[in-house]
Write a protein that binds this ligand. Structure first.
Ligand code: FAD
Length: 646
């Protein structure tokens, strides 16, 4: 079987590489004379990166692009409305990606071949003819020739393009100072009164890719000359901060261009007879989803797989459509939804502004499975018993998590030292002593010196911050809680201080600008509600665990527990509950829990302490984990690449 690919862009080249891997003969035909260049850059997230990693596996090639670690959204007046750390985002210049793919593709790319039409024999397509008169014969033809695909037009007919109602101007600016200052940050400035935004991301030490998205009803480009475009950009962004002006001033407008966004509805089929279309040729979404490149590569991978697995190309093409149509349709709809939000920012609350790439993915996370047992877990960030229970709670999640819906509440353990009247701990000095003793007994590192060096006066501020974090994302809030526990128990950080709370939020993907708003506002009310509930339910110590199964069975546990006790309650409520087998491969454990103490690792791996310590040392020596050493123990931090994990 010989496959003739038309279009040597992202989709075409990726397909060529995947087909070669499957030992299928392939020829790629590209209109451009050499490697297609093109100015702009892509943002790519996990799905696209994992395809790239698959392409590169075993070749020794380095992935192109720069990691983008932070996202900051500001208003033109400088007010920051979102600030968060990103995970696994990469910014890749289009030309770097195509060069990279050309480098990986061992086969033949025939340049200077602009597709003109097909040659038929007995009603079947047997060859592609190019404008330069050259002809390529083959068995299967793949149109990977972009959104305005001539191949699609030839076999599937005209599509109806829907205007995107938003225009985009893109460019690459050269400014070492700005590239250095903003390295790793996607900065966006967006108006909240009408549809106008400016974004920029450094793509190297000296250059930045930037874009303007605008609603043409605000203003429209009339003079299409290079100088006309420059003046238009300056006029549009006149009220934006000086940094934006500096980027525009460092830009070569000869290489910038205006892009009229458009999309088309999902096609009823991606193929006809022995011709199939992939990438933008098959589906075109508005740019707000930033997913076009990823979709092009996933298409290539899927089609290559279908072709090598199916018994005929008809079956392969049908399977390809079945596998891809639903996903790409989602992007078309999401692109339109995000466009509508962009055009009417005044309808949008600051907290709900969708973040590129992440928008749409969160929806899936919202689907919570119905779990038969509810566990209300009352805790406090500085509760030492809660910290000691961490290994058991983590194990419980892995072994019985499918049955348990755990809900976290803050109990307000330490309003202030004046109001703290429980037990033998009366002041920070007592707390220091207690932590040292508890650490010695239970093997979870705790450094009581924080109570001597920089004592916390209350546990309310970090509790409120946790509630504020929950408003954004319950999972990230838990990671945040874990981080502030590590800060206070191991790093002796006074987690009342906003600087620590902000750092923990940022490190765990929370929007720290929003967290501050909620910390000062609605987070306080949620915390008050938790306190009321705790009072109503008779919570007097921590942790307190309320198990219920929806049929009236309820069990309450107070304070330190054994794992057997927790298991017993689950079996009592759900006799048929089966313990899930934990994959104790350290990589898997660290992908679940990116930081672990020695005790946690031992408990989760079912290993004796000494053996666990040896394994952790090996992992450390081989560079798979790093560590933070505190006075009373170590915390190990994953360096594993977890994209394919879990
Ligand atoms: C301004 C802008 C910003 C974008 N930002 C992002 C982003 O941040 N993230 C993201 O994932 N996606 C982004 N995209 C979308 C992304 O560029 C496309 O989805 C992706 O390039 C699609 O890959 P493709 O291979 O299908 O098409 P293309 O990359 O367009 O490749 C098509 C290839 O076919 C060739 N060709 C065209 N016609 C013919 C012909 N008749 N004969 C032979 N060859 C032909 C072209 O020269 C080209 O090399 C952006 C697009 C634009 C325009």
């Amino acid at each position: 079987m010989k496959v003739v690919v038309i279009g040597g862009g992202i989709a075409g080249l990726s397909l060529g590489i995947f087909l070669q891997k499957s030992h299928i003969e392939v020829v790629v035909n590209e209109r451009a004379a050499g490697t297609p260049g093109g100015g702009h850059a892509f943002l790519m997230h996990t799905d696209g990166l994992s395809v790239l990693k698959e392409l590169v596996a075993g070749t020794g090639f380095k992935l192109p692009g720069k990691l983008v670690e932070k996202f900051s959204l500001k208003r033109p007046d400088g007010e920051e409305v979102q600030r968060l750390q990103l995970d696994a985002w990469q910014c890749i210049k289009r030309s770097d990606l195509t060069h990279f793919l050309y480098g990986l593709f061992d086969g033949e790319v025939k340049n200077g071949r602009e597709f003109s039409h097909f040659l038929y024999e007995n009603g079947k397509i047997i060859a592609a003819v190019f404008s330069n008169g050259e002809v390529e014969y083959g068995d299967i033809f793949v149109g990977a020739d972009g959104g305005f695909s001539k191949v699609r037009q030839a076999v599937l007919g005209e599509v109806e393009f829907h205007p995107g109602k938003v225009k985009e101007i893109v460019g690459i600016a050269y400014n070492e100072k700005i590239a250095e200052t903003y390295a790793g940050t996607f900065s966006k400035f967006q108006k909240n009164t009408d549809g106008l935004a400016f974004g920029m991301i450094p793509t190297s030490d000296i250059e930045l890719v930037w874009f303007i998205q605008y609603d043409p009803s605000i203003s429209e480009l009339e003079d299409h000359s290079v100088e006309g475009l420059r003046l238009f950009c300056k006029k549009l962004l006149k009220k934006f901060p000086p940094i934006v002006q500096q980027v525009l001033d460092s830009n070569d407008f000869n290489k910038s261009y205006l892009w009229n966004t458009k999309d088309f509805d999902l096609l009823p089929a991606f193929h006809k007879d022995n011709v199939v279309v992939i990438g933008d040729a098959a589906h075109l979404a508005l740019p707000f989803t930033s997913a076009g490149t990823t979709n092009a590569m996933v298409d290539a991978k899927t089609l290559a797989h279908c072709l090598s697995a199916a018994s005929s190309y008809t079956e392969a093409f049908q399977e390809f459509y079945n596998l891809r149509a639903e996903e790409v349709l989602k992007h078309v709809h999401l692109g339109r939804a995000l466009r509508n939000v962009f055009l009417r920012p005044q309808d949008q609350n600051d907290d709900d502004i969708p973040i590129p790439l992440i928008a749409g993915k969160t929806k899936e996370k919202d689907k919570v499975m119905d779990k038969p047992i509810e566990l209300l877990y009352f805790t406090d960030p500085i509760c030492s018993t809660c910290w000691i229970m961490q290994p058991l709670i983590r194990k419980l999640k892995l072994e019985y998590g499918i049955y348990l819906d755990i809900k976290y509440y803050m109990g307000g353990m330490l309003p202030s030292w004046e109001l703290y009247t429980k037990g033998k701990i009366q002041n920070p000095g007592d707390a220091a002593e207690h932590w040292e003793e508890a650490c010695a007994c239970h093997d979870m590192p705790m450094d009581g010196d924080v109570w001597i060096e920089d004592p916390l006066q209350s546990s309310f501020p970090p509790s409120i911050a946790f509630k504020a974090a929950q408003m954004q994302d319950p999972d990230k809030a838990l990671a945040f809680l874990r981080r502030i526990q590590e800060m206070v128990f191991l790093e002796k950080k006074n987690i009342i201080k906003w600087e620590h709370l902000e750092k923990a939020a940022f490190e765990n993907g929370l929007d720290s600008a929003r967290l501050l708003r909620d910390y000062q506002g609605a987070g306080k009310q949620l915390f008050e509600q938790d306190l009321e509930l705790a009072k109503k339910m008779g919570v007097t110590g921590f942790p307190t665990l309320f198990f219920s199964d929806g049929s009236g069975q309820q069990v309450t546990l107070k304070g330190l527990q054994t794992y057997e006790m927790l298991e017993e309650i689950i079996h009592q409520m759900l006799p048929l509950a089966e313990k899930q087998v934990i994959d104790t491969d350290p990589k898997n454990l660290f992908c679940h829990f990116p930081t672990m103490t020695e005790k946690e690792f031992a408990v989760l791996s079912n290993l004796p302490k000494e053996r666990a310590a040896m394994m952790l040392k090996e992992l450390y020596d081989t560079g798979n984990i790093s560590q933070f050493t505190s006075k009373n123990g170590i915390i190990y931090i994953s360096k594993f690449d977890c994209i394919h994990c879990l």
